[in-house]
Structure formats: C-alpha cells, structure tokens
Design a protein around this ligand. Structure first.
Ligand SMILES: [Zn+2]
Ligand SMILES: [Zn+2]
Length: 210
C-alpha cells in the first residue's frame, strides 16, 4: 500500500504516510491565521482608524483579485468545509453546520479536520486528494502573503529638472506603503497624483501648459 498523497510505500495499511499527515496538520493549523493576515492586504490603510476618511478613500486600492477570491464564500472556506463534509459523510456523520462569519467557519472547519486527522490518515479514502488540495491552497496563500510582493509601476517621473529636462525615472509604489519618491531626483508623488502619472495625463497637461 502506498501513501495516497505522495505514493511512498507504507509498511502498514493507511491513506497517508507520516510526513504527508504532518504536513497536512501543519497547513490546517496555519490556514485560519493566514486567512486573517490576508485581510489587511485588501486595502492598505483601510485598517487605520486615526486618519481622515478621505485619506482612506484616496489610498491606493491594489485589490488583488486572488485575495478577494480566497477570502470569499467560494475560497478557502469552501475548500475546508467541502473536505470536512466529505470526511463526516465518509464517517456516516451528518453535514456540519455552516454558520457565523467566514473567518469563524474557516477556523471551525480547519479545527474539525485536525481533530479527525488520525482517522483521515488511517482511513479516509479522500485523504490523498485532500492533502493535495490543502497543499495547493496553502501555497497560494503563502504566495499572496509573501513579504516582498511585486511593486506597482506608476509611470515615469514627470519632474522638470530645468530647461524642460524631464527626469523620466521609473516610479514604483513600494508594497504596503503610499509613499512614492523618485529615486533619481527625489520628487515626492502623493497618491492624488498617481492616476495622472499612470495614465500619462501628467505629460499631456505639461505639454498643454508649455
Ligand atoms: Zn505521503
Ligand atoms: Zn525624478
């Protein structure tokens, strides 16, 4: 008999080898916390309550589709609850209740799966598929929580260095901040200037004024 997740030969009848079972347990223990961590990623600055509302509204909204999807009804919670239900069904139990906030449901489903991990490891026919899916989910989450996500390109620095000599250095919004300063000439670009920069409107306005 082989591990249904990694196909390693097993010396006793089971669905998962010890490393695959441990990996599954670790991922299930980390997912609820990661779900919470994905929250602030939606809108940098949105979590601050000390600033004026306008500041929050004007903040850049690099709403990442993947983050939204993962946190939605059909995302992480669906993967965990579907496996919990399959596990319970396989044990002859009724379907679990799905109530409360998504955050609580993620926690409840992950906990229920961990509490049944011994049985899943030994008997659950879906264990290999479940281990694969949870691993893929955890990988997706980790990629989104990467401490160095790609920065956002804004366009080129429009500062006039004198005599119509436009700086032109590429500008980027560093991840997790709203502070943009040209690395070449030091000009500051507050968020309200970004749309003009990114769309090239700035250059057009400059030309019109010249
Ligand atoms: Zn394995
Ligand atoms: Zn510049």
């Amino acid at each position: 008999m082989n591990c249904t997740a990694c196909t390693t030969p097993l010396d006793h009848a089971a669905q998962l080898c010890p490393p695959c079972s441990r990996g599954l347990d670790t991922r299930l223990s980390e997912l609820p916390g990661q779900y919470l961590l994905l929250g602030p990623e939606l809108r940098p600055g949105a979590g601050r309550t000390d600033g004026p509302v306008a500041l929050v509204r004007d903040a850049p909204l690099p709403v990442r589709e993947e983050v939204l999807t993962l946190r939605s009804e059909g995302g992480m919670v669906a993967v965990l609850e579907t496996w919990r239900e399959a596990m319970q069904d396989s044990r002859g139990w009724g379907p679990p209740a799905r109530s409360g906030t998504i955050e609580r449901r993620v926690m409840a489903a992950a906990r229920a799966l961990r509490m049944n991990l011994d049985w899943i490891t030994a008997e659950f026919a879906g264990a290999g598929d479940m281990a694969h899916e949870i691993r893929a989910l955890a990988g997706q989450v980790r990629a989104l929580l990467d401490p160095a996500p790609p920065t956002l390109a804004l366009g080129d620095c429009a500062a006039d260095l004198g005599h119509g000599d436009i700086c032109g250095a590429p500008l980027r919004v560093p991840a997790g901040t709203t502070t943009v300063q040209c690395r070449r000439c030091g000009t500051d670009y507050p968020p309200r200037t970004w749309v003009a920069l990114a769309t090239g409107m700035w250059a057009l306005a400059g030309q019109a004024a010249a």
